[in-house]
Design a protein around this ligand. Structure first.
Ligand code: FES
Length: 141
């Protein structure tokens, strides 16, 4: 962050770098950014909470998103979600103890004909059966 010291215009860039390395933005880091870039904390919080890229809660190194939309639901999304929860060991909205995965649900991911669908780090895995979940997740260390 030293290279951006006293440069308020670098705020988004700094937030993106830290989000990318740390996977979320803890309060103490936001305080440090405010001090070192000379930007009011209220402005830092406003930007950090506006953009979906940034997370103010802990996230894993890999973000899993299981679609819970109607099409995916009809195609077996509940069963898929159960398998993911069992394999990763967390419920939706949580991060595992090793911070390897965080799990989210929500709809719709925009590929309804490919349901049930899971996205990991932006990569779509469509028509995903429960017995293939482990095979997919083992590719994310
Ligand atoms: S309902 Fe799942 S992608 Fe649309």
């Amino acid at each position: 962050m030293a290279k951006y010291e006293g440069k308020p215009g670098a705020l988004i860039h700094v937030l993106m770098e830290i989000q990318s390395e740390n996977h979320w933005l803890p309060k103490e880091i936001l305080n440090a950014i405010s001090d070192r870039l000379n930007v009011p904390l209220s402005r830092v919080m406003q930007v950090a909470s506006f953009y979906k890229t940034f997370s103010l809660t802990p996230k894993g190194r890999h973000r899993i998103h299981v679609c819970s939309g109607t099409s995916c639901h009809l195609r077996g999304a509940d069963e898929l979600l159960n398998s993911v929860q069992e394999l990763v060991g967390v419920k939706a909205g949580e991060v595992d103890a090793d911070a390897r995965f965080s799990l989210e649900t929500g709809c719709c991911l925009g590929s309804c004909t490919l349901g049930p669908e899971m996205i990991v780090d932006g990569e779509h895995h469509g028509r995903l059966s429960s017995d293939r979940v482990e095979e997919v997740l083992k590719n994310y260390a």
